[in-house]
Design a protein around this ligand. Sequence first.
Ligand SMILES: [Mg+2]
Ligand SMILES: [Zn+2]
Length: 173
Amino acid sequence: MLNKAIFWDRDRTLNTVPEGQEYVYKMQDLHLYPDVVPILYLAKSFGYINIIISNQSGIAKDLYSESQLYQFNMMLQVLTKNLIADGFYCKHQKSDNCSCRKPRPGLIFVAAHLHNIDLSNSICIGDQERDIEAGISAGIGTTILLDREGLNPKTKASSKIRDLTSLAHFLNK
Ligand SMILES: [Mg+2]
Ligand SMILES: [Zn+2]
């Protein structure tokens, strides 16, 4: 039987990014939003595999190292109480024209293959339109834009929510 998953964006979806910065990579800057752990727990209890799909072009730009990325992710894994099953990271920048940088769906396909996932029965969520476009290109059934600031942007997402507590309505057994 195929599994279902939630494909999570990382920065500004699960964890904050320091004010005025584009990237977050220092462990001391790692802060989860308070609605993250409860919804990860609920999603897992509904049978979803929690997977992170994240662009980390700061690596290609030499702003931080792969080992800083791994350390940050290990701490994230601890803070989220091992409720996240896997994470896939694009370390290229836009000019590399790779197939894994969102809005391209490459990493979602890799994750779906490795975890035997039915994409049509899965969810993707992120704070940027490129997260949504990657999900749509991959054929994910439910695409959700997380609009924490209430900016109400135009989106191709199937739904828009203000906080992760609202994601509970989209989960099914
Ligand atoms: Mg983001
Ligand atoms: Zn890439």
